[in-house]
Write a protein that binds this ligand. Sequence first.
Ligand SMILES: Nc1ncnc2c1ncn2[C@@H]1O[C@H](COP(=O)(O)OP(=O)(O)OP(=O)(O)O)[C@@H](O)[C@H]1O
Ligand SMILES: [Mg+2]
Length: 367
Amino acid sequence: MRVADDEDPRAGDGSYDATARIVDAGGTDDDTTVEAALRPRRLDEFPGQPKVRDQLGLVLEAARRRGAAPDHVLLSGPPGLGKTTLAMIVAAELEQPIRVTSGPAIQHAGDLASVLSSLSEGEVLFLDEIHRMSRPAEEMLYLAMEDFRVDVVVGKGPGATAIPLELPPFTVVGATTRAGLLPAPLRDRFGFTGHLDFYEVADLERILARSARLLGVTADDDALAEIALRSRGTPRIANRLLRRVRDWAQVHGTGQVDVNAAQAALALFDVDEAGLDRLDRAVLDALCRRFGGGPVGLSTLAVAVGEETDTVETVAEPYLVRQGYIVRSPRGRIATPAAWQHLGLTPPAGEQVGLPFVDGPDTGRLG
Ligand SMILES: Nc1ncnc2c1ncn2[C@@H]1O[C@H](COP(=O)(O)OP(=O)(O)OP(=O)(O)O)[C@@H](O)[C@H]1O
Ligand SMILES: [Mg+2]
């Protein structure tokens, strides 16, 4: 088995700390540890997202040559595409320590002030879920990002005074699944914004091959291709499916990740040929069967599938929209003919005139 020691992130130099990870929407603690172990550590080990990688690479290299902190970096995109991974990589490439915190952890401006005032020169401050920071903290951040200064308020009431505190230059890396929710003044203070998009299947195959190596399992290319196809363009999902296929192979198979193991395990875990999982299908099912194909409001839809609005909007919808199963309209979400077909149903004729026609059997043609 080829396990390259030099590629094992667990043998790291401590430049990032897996336990410092604050939020993980999808996983248990165990999952978080495994995820951290599978993160690429440097930009040139990071497959996919060629645009963001090249742009970020340039920004970091230029800063390194100037010997100065780079512009602040904002990373946006759906969950599991590598925002946290890239934040860690920014610090590693700059050879700087990284401080990890998140919007929800900073409820008071004072929380932010104490983090900011303890930063060392050049340090990377990773603000995950930056769209969830409180307004006063946000305003403090504007000043800190632009002028490297915070105003510390001493005392209360009419006698209160603001004492300006100079900060050493540092780099904020903000991550958000909801760039649209960031107030413009905050967005504008990031000199570089990278928008992560879903991965190509070929990139997912490369990610899976690397992960298999790190996990110490032998995997056929065909099996990795099968897993990649069903991973909804998302490395986190790809890695998770790989681990379940490995489990299946170890318990029921030959121990080797082959196509048979991949198909059996993915069937067991309810990931269908289109890569839709239980939540995706639940959303389509509610939309078509309960609401006649829509339009239906997002929150109503979320209640119908028993999930948070945010989960439906950021986890399920982007992929369903991208694959042409759902259309977002001002009046709510609408199922396309492809959604009905995926569920084995016939789309109702007449009501959905004007929908874009989606490739598929002719039952979908409306008019
Ligand atoms: N380009 C990539 N190459 C290899 N692995 C990747 C890549 N992008 C992400 N991963 C893996 O996917 C998992 C999730 O990535 P990460 O935590 O960076 O996503 P995220 O965008 O921060 O998600 P969230 O919005 O939920 O915080 C990690 O295990 C990471 O190793
Ligand atoms: Mg993250």
